[in-house]
Design a binder for this molecule. Sequence first.
Ligand code: IPE
Ligand code: IPE
Ligand code: MG
Length: 255
Amino acid sequence: MRIIEADQVADVRAGEIPAHIGVIMDGNGRWAQMRTLTRSQGHAAAEDAVVATVDACLALGVEWLSAYAFSTENWTRDMEEIAFLMRFDEWLLRKERRDELNDKGVQIRFLGRLDDPRIPPDSRDWLTETAALTAHNSRMVLGIAFNYGGRAEIADAARRLVASGIGPDDVTEERLAAELYAPDMPDMDLVVRTSSEHRMSNFFPWQATYAELVFLDTLWPDFREGHLYSAVAEYQARRRRMGAASVASLGARRE
Ligand code: IPE
Ligand code: IPE
Ligand code: MG
């Protein structure tokens, strides 16, 4: 992957900017292990990387950034680690940083099974308060996937459709999409995963169907603006076909 230097950011900014970027923030545990720190200390180091990613997205004019913070499969981890990951006010969005993002015009939303009784009430209160605090912001959306699973999201949407009394013949992609956690979320154009793992781990399968995938060896706590710019430069070098025979015919079809 081409590494973007500070003086090349203008070129990236002039190119096609993905409307929606997803980040699978992986490698906090290994980052901590390398420093003989606890896994929770590794998670606590993730916040600087999130803020740097948001800053890079703001500089490029990305509309929506979705970050994977806790999956429906992460409940299988040790109780102590889970308890820490529940406390957003101690790892990913400490008050000062959250308020800083609010001042920058970032709307923060949480996507996932938020009514799960395993989420401690004070943690849920923090999410609700944060979403309410930033709801009026419109510069960009930071979607935090929390207790999120792509299969759970689609199953939840199907359940809501059935509850609405809809008949089988009326089930369409559009109607199902309207029942997802954030129906206004644009499709993901680019998904970036850190820490040398090459898989999606249940991350937005519906929305990322045609996303370009970029995998980095960097561990999430070390991720900074330059990594995001490099991933976007890689995206700009790709040719998205969306099922068309060639890029030219895709253009013709869109006209
Ligand atoms: C972050 O990294 C993912 C979260 C659940 C926050 P990990 O905790 O999966 O780190 P590794 O993969 O063990 O290094
Ligand atoms: C995906 O990372 C979930 C988050 C980043 C929150 P994991 O570390 O849980 O995924 P696997 O287990 O390696 O697939
Ligand atoms: Mg991991």
